[in-house]
Unconditional design. Structure first.
Length: 237
């Protein structure tokens, strides 16, 4: 039987799994450099902390290596590219237009139509697509943040969207602030719920302790699988 908890060690969020094994094992996993320790029940938490601290240099090295891995392939915003919108793959159809600005619209045939002025550069198309993704994420996240604040019994936080290279979200409980990774507009909607609940659970407990985990377990019972699925997906450059 396994028992899993999250603990903070030297500034790292470490997933500690207790299971019937002989020796302690430390692993660092892509794409975000997640640290996981598998340990037999007889080893104390203090011994786990010492083991992680001793391997801190190796852990940091592996995390730096992962920063350059599991990234989305370079986007050129040409017709035929696949772009994901809340987990759904859509084939990009580029349509030149005489109008200024850009119009982006998914349709029922699994296409993502992008109407752009003729001669638009890759950087311009990337900017327009990013702006569109941001609007889509804000539309989906706004009611979810209200819903989860009510369920968790915490005030509706101030929140924003930004592109992050190594985290799906972040929270500052002292300032009542939550940040969501812009890339969540490309990931399945359960991932958005998980990140929102994870970050807002820090308003109940700022640490990854038993109280924090109980908030996740009670409100989002499948969060561990959602997290594993999300962490297997690529981040943007």
């Amino acid at each position: 039987m396994m028992n899993t908890e999250l603990i903070d060690i030297a500034g790292l969020s470490v997933e500690l799994v207790r299971k019937p094994i002989k020796n302690l094992h430390i692993g660092v996993y892509p794409p975000t450099g997640r640290v996981r320790v598998a340990a037999p029940p007889a080893i104390s938490d203090d011994a786990v902390r010492v083991a992680v601290v001793k391997r801190l240099g190796w852990i940091k090295k592996k995390q730096r290596e992962f920063e350059g891995q599991a990234r989305q392939s370079e986007r050129r915003y040409d017709s035929g590219e696949t772009h994901f919108v809340f987990g759904k793959p859509l084939r990009l159809l580029l349509q030149p237009t005489r109008r200024s600005g850009c119009v982006i619209q998914p349709d029922a045939s699994d296409r993502l139509t992008m109407k752009v002025p003729a001669g638009s550069t890759t950087d311009q198309k990337a900017h327009w697509m990013s702006t569109w993704y941001r609007a889509q994420l804000r539309e989906r996240a706004t009611p979810r943040i209200v819903k989860w604040s009510e369920r968790l019994g915490v005030p509706v936080p101030r929140w924003g969207i930004k592109l992050m290279k190594t985290k799906w979200g972040s929270c500052n409980p002292d300032k009542g602030m939550v940040w969501l990774n812009l890339d969540l507009a490309k990931k399945p909607l359960p991932a958005l719920d998980y990140v929102i609940v994870h970050e807002m659970a820090h308003f109940v407990s700022p640490r990854h302790d038993d109280l924090f985990l109980s908030v996740l377990d009670r409100n989002l019972p499948g969060w561990r699988q959602i997290r594993a699925d999300l962490n297997a997906l690529p981040l943007s450059d």
